[in-house]
Design a protein around this ligand. Structure first.
Ligand SMILES: Nc1ncnc2c1ncn2[C@@H]1O[C@H](COP(=O)(O)OP(=O)(O)OP(=O)(O)O)[C@@H](O)[C@H]1O
Ligand SMILES: [Mg+2]
Length: 342
């Protein structure tokens, strides 16, 4: 295939023979069963799929421009994320690609959600600047380049955890992003630390996170704007470590399930581990190392939510802010990665 015949050492030479078919999708309801990958590590990819990934310095052609492929940032079962350089100005971006014939529709959903988020001008979502398809290889979207994901970031610190101040502030920012997705009409169904990235160069005065990976998203409203009627049985979707009790029981997920996963993720930010695997007892044990009073109230509140509940994001925010106040955490404390001592 011409695309892969690009000489590796001449990344910016034009590839006139690249066959491009513009990639169109209207699929808003694609569903995939997700693997058990929990720590933000790499998923095994079928060797036949691996052959379809681009090498460094290959050029890929989108609708608007060409991109030279750089460092691989992450790899999943059906695709990967790379740094790329835009041909016209050498500016850095990220490309997320999904191998053709993988029978995954994750990238279609990424595209749908990011397009709607851009129309609604939501601040906690990457801007998609281009997309395309390399016939017989992969389809891709090009986005603004973001910083580290919060899973990788957590592992940089002693005990694989953030300080309480950093953890609570990150959690508040993640909640804002989840609320925006909910207002857009989607539930995420795979809320976890590796699906939040830091905004590049953000500081304690301007802490920002981006929500990524919309492959398991589902729109939760029907044509009348009401909650869709829950299906009686659905196959498990998400990541077991963070999944809600309802998701483990193969029930239809809703807004509250994203909030439950957000709560588990927050516990993990603080404690560095998470024994929550769909058991009520494990959840109680994990609370032992968190700000007890506020976290017990949070869990009690989340457990009272039902399929049709609209979570009270203000209450959730206030509870974390109370937790900060009661434990001497200030909004302008140094973030863990800003602290030179460690
Ligand atoms: N625009 C971006 N800029 C920088 N890094 C990104 C960007 N988008 C994604 N990433 C990184 O790539 C990783 C994988 O992306 P994403 O979660 O969207 O892919 P996935 O393969 O669908 O998901 P999973 O890894 O959960 O299977 C993220 O955890 C994040 O670290
Ligand atoms: Mg992901």
């Amino acid at each position: 295939m011409a695309f892969f015949e690009t000489p590796p050492m001449s990344p910016l030479s034009p590839v006139e023979s690249t066959i491009m078919k513009h990639w169109e999708t209207n699929d808003e309801h694609g569903e995939i069963r997700r693997s058990d990958k929990e720590n933000g590590g790499e998923d095994e990819m079928e060797p036949v799929f691996l052959d379809r990934l681009p090498d460094t310095n290959h050029l890929i052609v989108g609708r608007c421009d060409k991109y030279a492929v750089g460092k691989k940032i992450a790899q999943g079962r059906f695709g990967a994320v790379y740094e790329v350089l835009r041909h016209c100005d050498g500016k850095g971006f990220a490309v997320k690609l999904e191998v053709c014939d993988s029978h995954s529709h994750g990238l279609d959903m990424d595209c749908v959600v990011l397009s709607k988020a851009a129309k609604a001008d939501l601040p906690n979502f990457a801007h998609m600047i281009d997309r395309g398809k390399i016939e017989n290889h992969f389809k891709f979207i090009v986005m603004h380049l973001m910083g580290q994901n919060l899973c990788h970031l957590r592992y940089l610190f002693v005990g694989d955890r953030f300080s309480l101040s950093t953890a609570l502030r990150l959690s508040l920012k993640c909640l804002e992003a989840i609320q925006q997705l909910h207002q857009l009409g989607f539930i995420h169904r795979d809320i976890k630390a590796s699906n939040f990235c830091l905004a590049p160069g953000c500081s304690s005065k301007d802490l920002r996170v981006y929500l990524v990976d919309f492959g398991l998203c589902r729109s939760y409203r029907d044509e009348k704007g009401q909650f869709k009627t829950p299906r009686t049985k659905v196959s498990f979707k998400g990541t077991t470590r963070y999944a809600s009790l309802a998701a483990h029981n193969e029930k239809e997920q809703s807004l509250k399930d994203d909030i439950e996963s957000w709560f588990y993720m927050t516990i993990e930010f603080i404690t560095g581990f998470l024994p929550c695997r769909g058991s009520v007892m494990a959840r109680v044990i994990s609370l032992k190392y968190t700000p007890k009073a506020e976290f017990k109230r949070l869990l009690k509140y989340i457990d009272c939510l039902s399929y049709q509940s609209h979570p009270d994001y203000v209450y959730l925010t206030q509870m974390l802010q109370l937790s900060m106040k009661n434990h001497g955490c200030k909004p302008d404390d140094e973030l863990d990665w800003e602290n030179n001592n460690g």
